[in-house]
Design a protein around this ligand. Structure first.
Ligand SMILES: [Zn+2]
Length: 351
């Protein structure tokens, strides 16, 4: 059986990949498509990084593997805790292959901290404790640390974006891809492996911060950096070509992503506030406590934003609830209508 190299590019938007493959800008991906197969897949629900990668490596949805987001609510309090690999309830591909005596190499797959004692080696993903580079606790076996010390996580502060930040961030993203490519190539060549998986997160990071430059239709559009996303995709394409070469012949190469990407509008939906205004959600008197228990709708957010404890603004005033269409950029449409909940049907909202 062929060995298998699986390369992940986080948040790769298929519309962009297809456009730039067809324009000749992503020649290695285009070659894989033209000599193999290419198709779009649905992401998970929610279409977020941790559940989607965990589904990729387990073959089951979030309801079975137990990983729904980067964070989860602590039972009984309005506090969040981070999710990591210990929340995964089912074996991953590398566990099954290790049990079958196959050698595996796993680099940078999200939701893989702490690293597992696989038959091979593993460098955890960016869920590792906050850091700018790997330390020994991210690596199995720890003796491999010297080989992977160049593997770096974000070394720019994403939460403090100010003047000049984007100018500095783009070259750092490109350099990180190069560093990861170097580490992966070295391990591909030196370590025995049957299954090798590596995930690059730079495609996700660049889209988060540069989509507003990329898309002139965005209400957040700003001039400058219009090529940043394409430059990162092109650099990733080069890395994919280099890794496929380094893996050698008799290797099946797969490229996969966890979700796509798109622009953001300028409206905000405070879903819990709206549910409360409609009488579907009540909060405990005094605030800061548990939900009142009188809920007939359950809001499930697809992001790590904590829910608001009370439907009030900072001065105690009722908070306006606004809805907005996600696609296209249609702007605020003045509310959301909650559709009737049928027997056995989940609650649905309509913009
Ligand atoms: Zn992602």
């Amino acid at each position: 059986m062929n060995r298998f190299l699986l390369i992940g590019i986080d948040g790769a938007e298929p519309a962009l990949v297809e456009r730039w493959m067809d324009a000749g800008r992503l020649p290695h991906l285009a070659r894989l498509r033209d000599t193999g197969a290419y198709f779009r897949l649905a992401s998970t629900t929610p279409p977020a990084t941790f559940p989607a990668w965990t589904t990729c490596v387990t073959g089951v949805g979030p309801g079975k593997h137990g990983v729904f987001d980067f964070t989860e609510m602590r039972q009984g309090e309005y506090a969040l805790r981070f999710v990591n690999a210990t929340h995964r309830r089912v074996p991953a591909l590398w566990n099954i292959l290790s049990d079958a005596k196959k050698r595996v190499g796993v680099l940078g797959v999200p939701a893989t901290y702490p690293p597992e004692a696989v038959n091979g080696f593993m460098v955890s993903g960016f869920d590792s404790p906050v850091c700018t580079s790997v330390d020994r606790s991210f690596v199995y076996p720890p003796e491999l640390y010297g080989e992977v010390a160049g593997w770096r996580f974000a070394d720019f502060q994403e939460s403090r974006i100010g003047p000049g930040w984007h100018d500095r961030a783009l070259p750092k993203l490109l350099a990180k891809i190069a560093d990861k490519e170097t580490v992966a190539k070295r391990l591909l060549a030196r370590e025995p492996w049957d299954f090798f998986m590596v995930v690059f997160g730079e495609s996700d990071t660049v889209a988060h911060h540069f989509w507003m430059f990329h898309d002139p239709a965005s209400p957040r559009h700003r001039p400058g950096h219009e090529d940043a996303i394409r430059l990162v995709y092109e650099r990733l394409d080069a890395a994919i070509g280099a890794l496929a070469d380094a893996a050698g012949s008799e290797v099946t190469v797969g490229v996969v992503s966890d979700h796509g990407f798109g622009g953001a509008g300028t409206g905000v939906v405070h879903l819990n506030n709206w549910l409360a205004e409609q009488g579907h959600l009540r909060f405990a008197p005094g605030g800061g406590g548990l939900l009142g228990g009188e809920t007939d709708a359950l809001a499930v957010a697809g992001s790590a934003v904590p829910t608001l404890p009370r439907p009030r603004g900072p001065r105690g005033e009722p908070v306006a609830v606004r809805g907005h269409r996600l696609d296209p950029y249609a702007g605020v449409v003045g509310g959301i209508e909650l559709l009737p909940v049928g027997a056995g049907q989940p609650a649905r909202t309509r913009a």
